[in-house]
Design a protein around this ligand. Sequence first.
Ligand code: CUA
Length: 145
Amino acid sequence: MDRYENIAIRAALMLIGVFFIAVIGLAILKGIDVPTCITDFPPFKEGKVIKLSDKEYQVQILARMWRFEPNRIEIPAGSKVIIYTTSADVQHGFEIEGKAVNLMAIPGAVNKAEVVFNKPGTYRFVCNEFCGIGHQAMYGEIIVK
Ligand code: CUA
């Protein structure tokens, strides 16, 4: 191996290290959570919003062709929202615009994410998994006051 090969390999390994540290470090710094598939929460048959405390809400999102239940959620600014998703029929997606939430909604299974809404505004959520002819009509909004 000549000198330049050696330098190139060292540089590549160093870059991998830098990227790895950057990704892990940013995830920890920004509090980004990896969505988890949980098995202890049974699939539910209806969507609902449950107020756990003044600043904490549990939202059960039921996806079906072609709407979300509920599709309009109102919460006060500064609230933490624990989101569970499932589906009544086929596989759907659940993505909140402007937030790091991107879950699958799968029949027979439940997915979970936690997100804090500090800034007042309207946050749209959409189905991002093609689920048939009414796919583009699957959306809703979270209104933060
Ligand atoms: Cu539901 Cu696309």
